[in-house]
Design a protein around this ligand. Sequence first.
Ligand code: ATP
Length: 362
Amino acid sequence: MIVKSARSNNIRVFFVGGIVRDNILGYKTSDIDILINGSAIEFAKKLPQEIKVKSIHPDFDTVKLLYKNEIIDIASSRTEHYPFSGCLPVVQKIGVPIEEDVKRRDFTINSIYCELYIINNKLSYKLIDLVEGIKDINSKTLRVLHDKSYIDDPTRILRGVEFAFRFNFDFSQHDKTLIENYLSSPIRTNMSVDRVLSVFSKIFKNKPHKEIFKKVILNKYYKILFDDVQNIDFNLVDNVLDLFSDEEFKTDDFYISLLKNQEFEILQYNSKKELFYNMKNMKKAVLACYYYKTQDKNVLWFVKNKDFKFLITGDDLINLGFKQGKIFSQIFEKLFDAKISNPQSFISKENEIDWVKNNFKS
Ligand code: ATP
């Protein structure tokens, strides 16, 4: 329906980027990204009523549509430029021909257009490959479109690393030289740090995150953001990952904390209970990084006891005749120690109530 509506308004419609690449490679893609050679916002105004506009994004002239429970992103063909290395791209012109749109893209493999038509009431398509992307897919090669590409947007280095792992591709020899040149004198003055961190985050969410992290360190890709990271002890990284393997754990946050070289002081505490709740309130990834940095043995203790919980509440103490006040925290502190050192004696709530009765007078 979108294609029909566009063609009747003399607008060309394309798939481009990941969806075309994945299709040629034989992988499934979930995103439906459509590009039109015109303004997506203007186009959305002419769509039939069955297609709902979910949101409009004037910065890049894109719209999100909802049709038959499916989200469809429509982007406008456009030219962009980077006034400074690493900054966000600035849109120059909307509605340009694809021969112009292609120039803003990262790799040749992500720059293949698939034009959609309706012929005899049937959807049909034609591949338009302006940059030999298909040849690079076949030879498993990552190649940017011009020599300034990594300087304009160094996140492309990280996107490339992720594609290399995901598809078992490699950078072309020339790209390797371009990347080396960039990393020998990275320009960070106008760098959008958040953007770089979000691409780091995306690549560390992928499997095999450990190998990707190693590659980031060994090839010094971190230089996009940081001059140097402290020597990374990969065995220790493995130990930490093993220790937290059962946890709901954001590996990307962990690796980024390591790259940021976040400093930690050994946690001070007045009671084991205080320490326990301090650690429980820390994000798992931060706790993992804390352990990597400090080797504080309390983390091992915490991980062993992380499922600890009290079965009684303050209301139970009130029912036992205690008055709310300092005594409450004393009871919970002592009960905590008793339970942690002897968990098999505290199977039920009654066990805890009996323990309170035996150890405190109301
Ligand atoms: P994925 O499978 O990870 O979603 P993708 O290539 O579809 O891969 P997107 O981030 O959705 O990734 O980007 C869609 C398209 O937009 C890319 O294929 C590429 O053509 C272009 N693109 C995305 N990021 C950049 C960038 N940093 N520089 C240039 N072009 C980009």
